[in-house]
Ligand binder design. Structure first.
Ligand SMILES: Nc1ncnc2c1ncn2[C@@H]1O[C@H](COP(=O)(O)OP(=O)(O)OP(=O)(O)O)[C@@H](O)[C@H]1O
Length: 651
């Protein structure tokens, strides 16, 4: 019951009044509730953090909206949270005098889950409690965590400025009831009727301990009844209320006063995560503009990291300790959407609106400064040989998102490139992968470029015929298999003065990694194969752009190569899959005259046989680079004819 209101509810469970309306939960809520109760039981204490976080968010919202509408504060300007318990009724109540909710808001917010991708998320759960607990934690346990310890939850709430309040009651089954109630004070009280066996929470010491452990550094006072001495009780003294948490926002304190545990608990509260963060950076910037940033990198990627509709909590903006907005994009670029935390500016005006923030120079500077801090944090994590696991975790969870920065952030491209990690032909199992600095350090004598290949899978990349000459010469090649890689490489043209070159594009130039002798031999081969090249070109017609003698194959008869400035076959397939109309650009076909099949082709006299053979060579090359044939049936027919001819010859 509230610090302000008399305790009227008692004994047993609350029941809805005669005018109460019964409503069903959204199907997803029903499912989530059941899962939550079972899989989160071993973390049952989270309910305290979640409900206190919600109360603190409601106070933040009130303070922000109150900047424009003073009336919202009514006659109660002091913002607070309180916790009380009733041993006889077996209830614990968490109350706040924050913004509160209207009837419609209660229906929208606690009868429904508005997060996008909820259905898919629920379908992805395995039934394995431990795994599911992780996933649910990531999804956000929120208000429903109350049902882990309670078999009935009552929410009394009144929005600031409204005349009537609403009571919501549910036992966590399929339904809840709603009715209008008189509520003198604005805000929300959540009363938990504890399940059998949960009486441990009806204890002053236990509750205080929960507050100190989980919510010590939230910005508002959390109050509990004073403990009376025996003497006071004898004298019949009533208990007053006292603040239990420190109540100063963590980021305003100096680093030396904050322990790692404090940072971790604050993170879980402010960023709605249920695991500790991976790392963080806390900075006070002084001088021409003043702000404090406390930025965290989580341990795990959110389930909707690649969902464009996904709501991410991201970084919260405060102005002089007043919460202003929760909109990552204004404070962090998209490619840093994994960063969470708080930025508190002393210089922005308190009455700042979203419109002003759209184009605000101060905010731009804060954003640029914060991006540098995060990049610095990642750099030091990547360099940290004592804890290599950390960067590995980061890269495996968020590497794909960070890569987007190569495309998005011109200014920091080199810094981001330094943080990239790759599987390579020399080090396919490297976890998290090889850095560009390591690659450059082991480049072969005379090697001038950084070579890479893009493909859908690691197996496809590793076995690509385009790599043959590189294997022979022991030149390392980066194996790129993320979807975003094609765009990344279109923007990453050089690193530390070294150009990038796709092994599947343009005429291959190995520079000085090739001896004069090898170059002369290549020239000779080209001369000798002129007629053959002409014949193949004629046979294939429009299907190819150019036919030439290969430089890159040692074991395969032929391969396709994209134009130096064109798009690779891999990108062409990605774009086609995404439904983009593609101009038909024929690839170059490179043939390997030293291969016995090509030798056989050269000796083929019959024009029809020569053409069929050339087509086969071309189609094989399409398949080898992961492409699809326009007419697979004809390919199979040609293949079978060839096999029959060969077996007849052998008989
Ligand atoms: N004490 C409260 N005062 C006002 N509104 C509240 C309160 N508690 C919950 N709400 C509303 O109900 C919504 C749902 O809460 P819930 O805790 O389930 O999710 P959340 O806080 O949005 O996200 P998360 O799942 O990450 O915790 C909140 O976003 C808020 O709008």
């Amino acid at each position: 019951m509230s610090e302000n209101e008399a305790n009227t509810e008692n004994q047993g469970q609350a029941s809805a009044g005669a005018n109460a309306e019964r409503r069903g939960f959204q199907a997803e809520v029903k499912q989530l509730l059941q899962l939550m109760i079972h899989s989160m039981y071993s973390n049952k204490e989270v309910f305290a953090r979640e409900l206190i976080s919600n109360a603190s968010d409601a106070l933040d919202t009130l303070r922000f909206e109150g900047l424009k509408n003073d009336a919202l504060f009514e006659d109660e300007p002091e913002l607070k949270i309180w916790i009380d318990y009733d041993k006889e009724a077996r209830t614990v109540t968490i109350g706040d005098n924050g913004i509160g909710m209207t009837r419609d808001q209660v229906i929208d917010r606690i009868g429904t889950i508005a997060k996008s991708g909820t259905r898919a998320f629920l379908d992805s759960l395995s039934g394995d409690e431990k795994k599911d607990a992780h996933l649910i934690g990531q999804f956000g346990v929120g208000f429903y965590s109350a049902f882990i310890v309670a078999d009935q939850v009552v929410v009394d709430t009144r929005r600031g400025g409204e005349s009537t309040g609403v009571r919501w009651i549910s036992d966590g089954g399929g339904e809840y009831t709603l009715e209008e109630v008189e509520k003198a004070k604005r805000g929300t009280e959540v009363t938990l009727h504890l399940r059998e066996g949960e009486d441990e929470f009806l204890d002053d010491y236990r509750l205080r301990h929960l507050v100190r452990t989980y919510s010590d550094h939230i910005a508002f006072p959390i109050k509990m009844r004073e403990q009376l001495s025996e003497e006071d009780e004898k004298e019949g003294k009533g208990a007053g209320w006292e603040q239990v948490n420190r109540g100063a926002p963590l980021w305003t304190q100096s680093k030396s006063e904050i322990s790692d545990e404090d940072y971790a608990e604050f993170y879980k509260h402010a960023c709605h995560d249920y695991e500790d963060p991976l790392t963080w950076t806390h900075n006070k910037v002084e001088g021409s503009q003043e702000y404090t940033s406390l930025l965290y990198v989580p341990k795990r990627a959110p389930y909707d990291m690649f969902d464009p509709q996904g709501k991410q909590h991201g970084v919260k903006l405060y102005v002089q300790r007043v919460f202003i907005m929760d909109d990552a994009e204004k404070l962090m670029p998209r490619y840093m959407r994994f960063v969470k935390g708080v930025i508190d500016s002393n210089d922005l005006p308190l009455n700042v609106s979203r419109e002003i923030l759209q184009s605000n120079k101060l905010l731009d500077k804060i954003r640029a400064g914060s991006v540098k801090k995060v990049l610095g944090l990642l750099e030091s994590m990547a360099r940290d040989d004592d804890e290599p696991e950390k960067y590995k975790t980061f890269w495996n969870e968020f590497g794909q998102v960070l890569k987007e920065g190569i495309v998005e952030d011109n200014e920091n491209r080199d810094k981001i490139a330094k943080l990239l990690r790759f599987k390579t032909t020399t080090d396919q199992d490297a976890d998290p992968g090889v850095s560009l600095d390591e690659y450059i350090a082991r480049m072969k004598d005379g090697q001038e470029k950084i070579y890479y290949i893009t493909a859908d899978t690691l197996a496809e990349a590793k076995h690509s015929p385009h790599l043959e000459i590189f294997k022979k010469k022991d030149i390392e090649v980066l194996l790129l298999t993320d979807r975003v890689d094609e765009w990344v490489m279109a923007h990453l043209t050089e690193y530390e003065g070294k150009e990038f070159a796709s092994v599947a594009k343009g005429a291959l130039d190995l520079g000085e990694a090739e001896t004069e002798e090898e170059k002369a031999e290549q020239k000779k081969l080209e001369e000798e194969s002129k007629d053959l090249v002409e014949r193949v070109k004629t046979a294939l017609g429009e299907r190819v752009n150019e036919v030439r003698v290969t430089h890159r194959l040692t074991d395969s008869p032929a391969c396709l190569v994209a134009d130096e400035n064109g798009i690779s076959g891999h990108l062409e397939r990605i774009l086609k899959e995404a439904g983009q109309a593609m101009p038909n650009q024929a690839p170059h076909l490179e043939i390997n005259p030293t291969h016995p099949l090509v030798d056989k082709l050269a000796s083929e006299q019959g024009e029809e046989e020569f053409e069929a053979f050339s087509q086969l060579l071309f189609e094989q090359a399409v398949l080898a680079e992961g492409g699809e044939l326009d007419d697979p049936a004809t390919f199979v027919r040609r293949m079978n004819q060839m096999l029959l001819a060969v077996s007849k010859g052998a008989a």
